[in-house]
Design a protein. Structure first.
Length: 390
């Protein structure tokens, strides 16, 4: 059982708003806030390089925390300035040639989709979209049927930005391993949301962020690369951190995942990320996942009873993201009306997941996303406001 009162007491933002935008950026708990302030206060008083040296042990510990969170080794973790940059570092390091195919999902996020189109133009790769099952997840049987010798990468978002689906990441991993195909998982919406074990999933690479369900600060994310897969990637650039040995006629890359980092970082945010990971693990990610599911299902039930509100979530297994349309209201209008009542939600547009939104004929959605610190009373308040708006 989760001590919700404790979570709320340790989350200052809950005193100001009903925060249902955890899939965008969650509210940081006090230990995370304190860690960031502690680092910045030291940096203000003693200098940037000096503070980095003083906190070196704690900063190295962030790699250990992230590794424990996802069942990896610290040497398999790189810290980046966002999940998008982490994902890009993996994707653009793949050795694609003209005619190579990548297999992805209908719900692919717009940033990733843009990268596919970019490399299609630069290297001549082919993008093939795997169809969904009737309940909205990637169809694993269809995935397997589409594999041939030209497939060089399988990519998947664990949880899409625009709906409640939890994709069967481990089953996709089984297919990837059976055929020896590299597998890149976008876990931006799932790390901190539900338990993650990279060995069980079978992914070779995974990218995730701090600011969403981990409840860390913005401006930091991380990349996992399986240790025996590192040699198959050619980093898109090198510098003094990624290639620490540079001679007049040669350089040597790091032998761990930090070859995908840069030397310069926002170290206060890195420390905040590590603290957020430790905080989530102390609570228990499994317990967080169970509570989020209960809250989201309660919200779907309450919204479903409101005339003019249509829930658009798919998925045999649904997560903490609830998306809906309101008859006669634009999504941003609904967001702003709720904001006027101190209720935070977000919106997704037709461009957020371009294939899925186009296929379903949806121009935009309101997105409410729940975390363990949310309460049943907040859902009641949200539903009451939606009755007025609808």
């Amino acid at each position: 059982m989760i001590d919700v009162e404790r979570l709320r007491a340790e989350t200052p933002g809950t005193r100001n708003v009903v925060h249902l935008n955890n899939a965008g950026a969650s509210l940081m708990p006090q230990p995370v806030i304190d860690a960031i302030h502690r680092y910045l206060d030291h940096e203000i008083g003693y200098g940037g390089y000096e503070t980095q040296r003083a906190f070196a042990g704690e900063l190295d510990g962030v790699y250990e925390s992230l590794a424990r969170l996802i069942g990896a080794e610290p040497a398999e973790i790189a810290i980046n300035d966002s999940a998008t940059r982490a994902w890009d570092m993996a994707f653009y390091s793949m050795p694609f040639d003209e005619g190579d195919r990548i297999l992805t999902t209908t719900t692919e996020y717009v940033s990733n989709w843009a990268a596919y189109l970019h490399l299609r133009g630069r290297r001549g790769i082919t993008i093939d979209v795997v169809p969904n099952t009737p309940t909205g997840e990637i169809d694993v049987d269809a995935l397997e049927s589409m594999i041939d010798d030209t497939v060089k990468l399988i990519t998947l978002n664990h949880i899409p930005t625009n709906g409640g689906v939890v994709n069967p990441a481990a089953k996709v991993g089984d297919v990837a391993r059976a055929h020896g195909i590299p597998y890149l998982l976008d876990a931006c919406q799932s790390v901190g949301h539900l338990p993650i074990d990279v060995a069980e999933i079978g992914c070779d690479m995974l990218a995730a962020t701090s600011r969403k369900f981990l409840r860390g600060p913005r401006g930091v994310g991380f990349l996992y690369v399986r240790s025996d897969f590192l040699h198959r990637l050619d980093p898109v650039f090198v510098e003094l951190h990624t290639a620490p040995v540079v001679l007049p006629d040669r350089y040597e890359l790091r032998t761990d995942a930090r070859r995908f980092e840069t030397w310069e970082k926002n170290f206060a945010n890195v420390l905040g990320l590590g603290t957020a990971v430790d905080y989530a693990m102390e609570i228990g990610v499994g317990a967080i996942w169970e509570r989020i599911q209960v809250l989201a299902e309660t919200a779907r039930r309450e919204l479903g009873e409101i005339g003019g509100v249509a829930i658009r979530d798919l998925g045999a297994v649904k997560c903490g993201i609830v998306t809906f349309e309101v008859e006669g209201r634009r999504p941003k209008e609904v967001r702003d009306l709720l904001s006027g009542r101190s209720i935070n939600v977000s919106t997704v547009t037709a461009h957020s997941a371009p294939v899925d939104m186009h296929d379903r004929g949806i121009e935009g959605l309101v997105r409410a996303s729940f975390h363990a610190f949310n309460t049943e009373d907040e859902i009641t308040e949200f539903a009451s406001a939606m009755r007025v708006i609808a």
